[in-house]
Design a protein around this ligand. Structure first.
Ligand SMILES: Cc1cc2nc3c(=O)[nH]c(=O)nc-3n(C[C@H](O)[C@H](O)[C@H](O)COP(=O)(O)O)c2cc1C
Length: 175
């Protein structure tokens, strides 16, 4: 309906990537800029982004994340984190980090990249395992891990719309 909004409907989780197609610093800056444009509670913007394009680190991440095997083929991974010094409420860190993650996924898709959100928060065993790779300080809380590369798979546009989940004025009255 609105062509500018098409990326919202065509973004899908991409888990297969083209080999040997690097992601430039300019492109990395673009997707991180988009992530940092996300809304955040009281506009604290408590996020940090740990980025790796190092093959050894990506391989290690693929072994450490229980559902992260696609990282073995990925060109880059970004761990979206929150800083408990900047935002003392852990619940807000999780929500702000989720908003930043979604912005990042949409920007990556708009730029022709493929990406998938890998769950981190609130699983301590996953976040502690990642400490081996990123060596982040105690005040940092990982929220998500994003696996990224140029896509080597195509998926149909999203078809999730369910009118029965909409409650117009009162429960059960749909649009
Ligand atoms: C909080 C969260 C955690 C997720 N964790 C994983 C994961 O560990 N591994 C994975 O392959 N996909 C993961 N996903 C991606 C979902 O599987 C995916 O978004 C969902 O199947 C819908 O597919 P779509 O993104 O293509 O619309 C996660 C998504 C979210 C929001």
């Amino acid at each position: 309906m609105y062509p500018d909004a098409d990326i919202l409907f065509t973004r899908r989780s991409i888990r297969k990537y083209q080999k040997d197609k690097p992601i430039s610093d300019d492109l990395l800056r673009f997707i991180l800029n988009a992530a940092m444009c996300a809304p955040s509670a009281r506009n604290k913007q408590p996020w940090h982004f740990l980025v790796t394009r190092d093959r050894k680190k990506l391989d290690l991440l693929s072994e450490l994340h229980p559902y992260g095997k696609m990282l073995k083929e990925a060109t880059m991974a970004i761990m979206v984190c929150g800083d408990i010094i900047l935002e003392e409420r852990e619940s807000a860190i999780a929500l702000d980090g989720a908003a930043a993650t979604q912005n990042l996924l949409l920007a990556a898709h708009a730029a022709g990249l493929g990406a998938v959100w890998l769950g981190m928060y609130p699983r301590k065993e996953r976040t502690e395992a990642m400490r081996k790779v990123f060596d982040y300080p105690e005040n940092i809380i990982p929220v998500s891990l994003i696996s990224i590369g140029y896509p080597a798979e195509e998926k149909p546009r999203n078809n999730n719309f369910k009118p029965e989940r909409i409650h117009l004025e009162k429960w059960g009255e749909t649009l």
